[in-house]
Design a protein around this ligand. Structure first.
Ligand code: SAM
Ligand code: SF4
Ligand code: SF4
Length: 363
């Protein structure tokens, strides 16, 4: 088995779309300077979170004195929906709601329902820590058009998980959320585990064992140098190669073709038929060449890379009364000049460049 498949990922036959009409005329699609189309929009609906994961919102920085965005600074659901409609005209088909913790945003179901009516958007997904996901909420979200969820869980061991989320949140509650999502049909439910050396790397096999033979897809994520507050060091990164060899030695794996262009995880299946895992190797196996993602922060800044240092202010543009065609022109201009490939260019110096925090830009 090899992880070299990462750079050679091919497309499988396109997955069938659900819901709305096919994508708008391809003449409206835009390419950046590296010929990458715009396909995915990640929307951070809040910069707040009820966890303080040490690799994302360490308490020393995101403590009681940290100033989060005031309510009036956030894009309204109407503003977000308007932007998604314009993004869809430029080729976006997939929307992921994230944060911060997206389920902290009141009545999030309303936003999902609104986005679900937009022509061209055929996939709405959510990334959550699961802490606020009840059985009833999962059903509501599904009924208004949410298609699937990714739930983050870094360990099955309470002591380790609580140390990593740093608010003493128990594993059992997240496992419950996972089963609620599954029962509601928000499938396939994916599980994100950020692997940090000395934090939870000894739990890779326990996690793999727990989710083997279930419909859940466990994805191991290399600890990334997002933002400037998580004290990232290369030494703390457990590489995709190491993760694969740890799992593969116990349960042989073989590579799977990627689901679609722009997919961030490299997929592997257990040879014994017990399901699949994914590896998101942003640090050691950069996937910038297929990166079709833009990110919209909760205050309406548009970022064209997870590691961006600055964005473009769409909120002011909208609130100053720009019409649809003016906004479309701005979006086109931003994407046309895009040349981001941070992960491919990462050096010892780049982690120190000023970058937007993950909780703000949207993971
Ligand atoms: N709060 C939600 C959650 O945790 O699922 C959504 C937002 S969170 C920023 C999105 C994803 O980013 C989570 O799966 C989280 O584990 C991951 N993440 C955050 N900081 C990271 C880092 N430094 N390196 C790798 N992944 C990270
Ligand atoms: Fe919150 Fe998600 Fe960041 Fe953890 S990873 S602090 S749950 S936003
Ligand atoms: Fe995309 Fe930036 Fe990540 Fe490269 S580093 S894959 S350009 S978000």
């Amino acid at each position: 088995m090899t992880i070299d498949q990462c750079s050679n990922r091919k497309q499988e036959t396109a997955t069938p779309t659900v819901g709305n009409s096919p994508h708008p005329d391809s003449s409206t699609e835009i390419l950046d300077t590296l010929s990458r189309p715009l396909r995915d929009l990640r929307i951070s609906v809040t910069d707040r979170c009820n966890f303080r994961c040490t690799y994302c919102m360490p308490k020393e920085i995101f403590g009681p004195n940290f100033t989060f965005l005031p309510q009036r600074a956030l894009l309204s659901f109407e503003e977000i929906t308007k932007l998604v409609r314009l993004f869809a005209r430029l080729g976006v088909t997939k929307v992921r709601l994230t944060g911060g913790e997206p389920l902290l945003r009141r009545d999030l179901w309303r936003l999902i329902e609104m986005i679900g009516t937009i022509d061209g958007i055929d996939d709405i997904a959510l990334t959550t820590n699961g802490s606020l996901l009840t059985a009833q909420l999962a059903h509501t979200l599904k009924s208004v058009g949410l298609r699937r969820v990714t739930i983050s869980l870094d360990s099955l061991d309470d002591e380790i998980f609580m140390r990593m989320n740093d608010v003493a949140f128990p594993v059992a509650k997240v496992l419950e959320a996972i089963s609620y999502a599954d029962s509601a049909g928000l499938t396939p439910v994916k599980i994100n585990m950020v692997v940090k050396r000395g934090g939870n790397d000894q739990r890779i096999l326990t996690m793999a064992e727990h989710f083997r033979g279930t419909p859940y897809i466990l994805r191991f994520i290399e600890f990334m140098d997002v933002g400037n507050s998580n004290g990232w060091r290369m030494n703390d990164v457990v590489s995709a190669k190491q993760i694969l060899s740890t799992v593969g030695q116990k349960w042989p794996l073989e590579p799977l073709l990627s689901d679609q262009r722009g997919e961030v995880a490299t997929r592997y299946r257990y040879v014994d038929g017990q399901g699949e895992i994914g590896i998101i190797a942003s640090v050691t196996r950069a996937f910038c060449s297929g990166c079709t993602r833009a990110r919209l922060s909760s205050e309406g800044q548009l970022y064209t890379c997870l590691f961006a240092g600055s964005g473009s202010d769409l909120r002011t543009l909208m609130r100053n009364g720009a019409d649809d065609e003016e906004i479309i022109d701005v979006l086109k201009n931003i994407w046309h000049v895009r040349s981001d490939r941070y992960s491919q260019l990462r050096t010892e110096a780049t982690p120190h460049l000023p970058k937007i925090e993950m909780s703000h830009i949207g993971g």
